[in-house]
Design a protein around this ligand. Structure first.
Ligand code: SAM
Length: 259
C-alpha cells in the first residue's frame, strides 16, 4: 500500500498547481521542505497531517547527511505502508538530492513512485529577466561543481549558476560561500568573459507581490558580491555563435539561408 509522490510547491504559495494542491489534500502523510512560512502555513491548512522536515537542518549534520537522513525518513514511512506525499519548494527534481535518493530506492523495491513538477527558480528567472533560453541556448550548473570541474564554457550561450551562496563550500557543513569561493569563481569566469561583462545576482520573490532581486554588476565585482542561500547567478552570452560551415554544407545551405 505504501507509495511516494513528490511534488513542488513553487517558490511562494501563489505558485502551487491545482494538481499538487489536490495531492496534498488527499495524502495520508505530507512531508514538507519549504523555506517560507507562508507556504508552510498554506500547506498545513490543506492537510493537517503535514510534517515540516526543516528540523533535519538543525541537527548538526553535514549537508549530504541531512539529505540522506531525509531520504531514509521518507523511505521508512513508505515501508510502513503509508501513501506519502513529499513537497519541496520550487521543482522537486531540480537540485534536490533527497527526493532522488528516496525514489531510486523505493522504485527499486517495487513501490509506486511519481513526481509532479513545480515552478523552479530558473522558471522565475526567465520570467523576471525577460529571457527565453531558446535565444542563445542556456548552460546550467551547480556553482561549486562548475568551479572545480573542467568545462568548455560556451560564451555564446547564457549561463546559470545555482547555489552561488555556497560556492567553494567544500566542507559541506556550512550554508555560506567557502572562504575564497566567489573570488575563485570570479577569476575563472574572467578567463572566458570580459571583466566588465554585466552579470545578474537574481533572487525570485518568496512572497507573492514582492519584487525580485535583479542586481546587475560587473563580473569583476562578483568576488565581493553580497550573496545568500537563494541567490542564483545569471551570466548572459558575450558573443554571437559561429556557424559550423561543414554542417551547413551537409544540408546544402549557407549562412544567408539561416535567419
Ligand atoms: N528545487 C529548487 C528549485 O526548483 O528552484 C532549487 C533548490 S536548490 C537546493 C537551491 C538553489 O536554488 C539556490 O542556491 C538558488 O541557486 C536557487 N534558488 C532557490 N530559491 C531561489 C529564489 N527565490 N531565487 C533565485 N534562486 C533561488
Amino acid at each position: 500500500k505504501g507509495r511516494l509522490t513528490i511534488a513542488g510547491c513553487g517558490l511562494h504559495p501563489g505558485h502551487m498547481t491545482l494538481e499538487t494542491q489536490s495531492l496534498i489534500q488527499t495524502a495520508e502523510s505530507v512531508l514538507l521542505v519549504a523555506p517560507n512560512p507562508l507556504s508552510i502555513q498554506h500547506i498545513r491548512q490543506l492537510n493537517p497531517h503535514t510534517e515540516h522536515l526543516g528540523r533535519f537542518y538543525n541537527m548538526g549534520y553535514s549537508r549530504p547527511e541531512i539529505y540522506r537522513q531525509m531520504a531514509l525518513y521518507i523511505i521508512d514511512l513508505v515501508h510502513q505502508g503509508k501513501s506519502v506525499c513529499v513537497i519541496f519548494y520550487g521543482h522537486p527534481g531540480v537540485f534536490v538530492s533527497s527526493t532522488r535518493m528516496a525514489s531510486r530506492v523505493l522504485a527499486g523495491q517495487g513501490y509506486p513512485v511519481a513526481m509532479l513538477p513545480g515552478i523552479s527558480a530558473d522558471a522565475c528567472l526567465y520570467a523576471d529577466l525577460g529571457l527565453d533560453p531558446a535565444d542563445t541556448g542556456c548552460q546550467s550548473y551547480e556553482s561549486t561543481r562548475f568551479l572545480l570541474t573542467r568545462r568548455d564554457v560556451d560564451t555564446s550561450a547564457a549561463l546559470i549558476l545555482w547555489q552561488l551562496g555556497l560556492t567553494g563550500e567544500h566542507s559541506m557543513d556550512k550554508f555560506e560561500p567557502g572562504k575564497q569561493g566567489l573570488e575563485a569563481l570570479c577569476k575563472l569566469l574572467q578567463m572566458d568573459y570580459p571583466s566588465d561583462h554585466q552579470v545578474c545576482l537574481y533572487e525570485a520573490p518568496t512572497l507573492p507581490g514582492f519584487e525580485p532581486r535583479k542586481d546587475w554588476i560587473a563580473l569583476t565585482d562578483l568576488a565581493k558580491a553580497d550573496v545568500n542561500t537563494i541567490t542564483t547567478l545569471y551570466v548572459p552570452a558575450c558573443r554571437e555563435p559561429t556557424f559550423a560551415e561543414e554542417r551547413l554544407g551537409w544540408l546544402g545551405l549557407t549562412e544567408t539561408d539561416i535567419s
